[in-house]
Design a protein around this ligand. Structure first.
Ligand code: SAH
Ligand code: SF4
Ligand code: F3S
Length: 455
């Protein structure tokens, strides 16, 4: 923080006009939340934000390591900055986020992308002004190796992108070590923020007009485990729901091994909480789940799904699925199809298994070809499409409440229901960023169509 003024002074001499910054997120919602914090820092340094690479005086790529294709795409994007930097030598290029929490990636950037000026990971965003100061005053590149750090910084500046939607990180890191996953290695050990810090951030967002808040953590169901006060995620939700106002709270991700009936009861009793539960299942076969180190069985998973269906009217589920985990057979994959048909998810994020260096699964034998795994994925996508269409059809003629997110040039609006379905409607009145009641008239593609009943 001490370096903010120093860097501001340097920038005011260096640039005649206000300098521009472009922060690009390649990862998940948690990474986007980090990007908002980086933008908050940059705004304090005097930058205005831009989406254009050409107009930028600093470009920051906030990266993701979750799958190989994510990393390849990011390297491709970093490579493209070479020409830009050659044309504009004063521009700073920084890379941060999960990918550069791996030493081999930092080494590769040093060796193959010498035009990158600054590298910092995920645990010390606030170090950016210092690194910029050093780069400007010493002229040397500032490439930090991955840093382990556990303390949580409260009240850091943040520049939010959305006007009605916002996210709050309630915890950081992950201790689960699912055998395929790089996150525990790049995000470090799990730690929760204090409930009152979260409450204050949430309350001030609602008071300043935000209506759609997502609570973020790699496993929100283990919230509170490392805190002194005795509190779990269900208690935290209950606490947040005491804030008055019309809003919707989403949360992700839930780990099935830690989700409790108590949480389902809290959702049932508090209508501000989204009726859509994102509950990543990963696979439909118990042997595969065990190899994945997920620590639940399909029967336990179905128990909680059935309990929620019983308790919460209009509940829906979304999930993440990995096909082609090392050693998974076609018969075992078919159990995933069965599960998908049983639960009838409203949305599935499907992935083909990707080997991540340093994880346990990377050591496992993997005999199924990528081509075959793609075929499994396509089968699953097809099955899911039919299920989504059935869900969409079931809304015909129903009244729903939705938050209007976008107004289009032709006067039409896009709104989102609490279960994440997108609804399109046209109306002359001003509806943007308001909750509206709609009557569903049909479907178009994967969205619903509706007419406005009232605001
Ligand atoms: N913490 C969250 C998931 C974060 S990563 C949770 O446990 O639910 C988001 C998703 O990426 C995971 O749910 C998983 O489906 C997928 N994923 C993670 N590692 C992967 C890998 N090595 N290959 C393919 N997909 C992966
Ligand atoms: Fe990865 Fe598992 Fe942690 Fe999710 S819970 S981030 S899948 S290790
Ligand atoms: Fe990617 Fe890091 Fe999120 S690896 S999925 S950006 S926690």
């Amino acid at each position: 923080m001490d370096y903010i003024q120093e860097v501001k002074n340097i920038l005011s001499v260096k640039f005649e006009n206000q300098p521009c910054a472009n922060v690009v997120t390649f990862g998940c919602a948690q990474n986007e939340n980090d990007s908002e914090k980086i933008r908050g820092l940059l705004a304090q340094l005097g930058y205005s934000m831009t989406d254009s690479l050409e107009n930028s005086d600093i470009v920051i790529y906030n990266t993701c390591a979750i799958r190989e294709n994510a990393e390849l795409k990011i390297f491709g994007n970093i490579g493209k900055l070479k020409a830009l930097k050659a044309a504009k030598p004063d521009m700073l290029i920084a890379v941060c986020g999960c990918m550069v929490m791996q030493q081999h990636i930092v080494d590769k950037i040093k060796k193959s992308y010498p035009f990158v000026d600054i590298v910092f990971g995920v645990n010390n965003l606030e170090i950016l002004p210092l690194l910029m100061y050093k780069k400007y005053t010493e002229g040397k590149k500032q490439i930090l190796p991955p840093q382990e750090k556990t303390d949580i910084i409260e009240n850091a500046p943040i520049l939010r992108t959305g006007r009605s939607k916002a996210s709050i990180s309630i915890m950081f890191g992950c201790d689960n070590f699912c055998s395929y996953c790089i996150v525990p290695y790049v995000r470090g050990r799990e730690r929760s923020r204090k409930p009152m810090d979260i409450y204050n951030e949430f309350k001030s967002l609602i008071e300043s007009g935000y209506k759609d808040i997502t609570l973020l953590g790699q496993n929100v169901n283990s919230y509170g485990k490392n805190l002194e006060e005795k509190i779990d995620f269900a208690d935290l939700l209950q606490l947040l729901c005491t804030v008055p106002g019309e809003y919707v709270i989403h949360f992700m991700s839930s780990h099935p091994k830690d989700i409790s009936k108590k949480l389902i009861d809290v959702i049932r009793d508090n209508h501000q909480i989204s009726r859509r539960i994102h509950l990543p299942v990963q696979a439909g076969n118990d042997r595969v789940l065990k190899e994945m180190n997920r620590r639940y069985t399909i029967s336990q998973y179905m128990d909680i799904i059935n309990y929620a269906k019983q308790q919460i009217e209009d509940v829906s589920f979304s999930t993440d699925i990995i096909v082609g985990f090392p050693g998974e057979t076609f018969e075992e994959y078919l159990d995933t199809e069965k599960l998908v048909k049983d639960v009838r998810f409203t949305q599935i994020f499907n992935y083909i298994y990707s080997k991540r260096t340093g994880t346990k699964a990377a050591e496992m034998e993997d005999n199924i070809s990528h081509k075959e795994k793609s075929q499994w994925l396509n089968r699953l996508i097809k099955i899911q499409q039919e299920i989504v269409f059935e869900h969409l059809n079931s809304y015909n003629g129903k009244q729903v409440r939705a938050l209007v997110e976008e107004r289009h040039r032709d006067g039409s609006y896009t709104a989102r229901m609490a279960n994440n379905f997108v609804v399109k409607f046209t109306d002359d009145s001003e509806c943007l960023e308001k909750f509206v009641t709609l009557e569903i008239t049909g479907k178009k593609g994967t969205s619903l169509t509706a007419k406005l009943l009232n605001k």
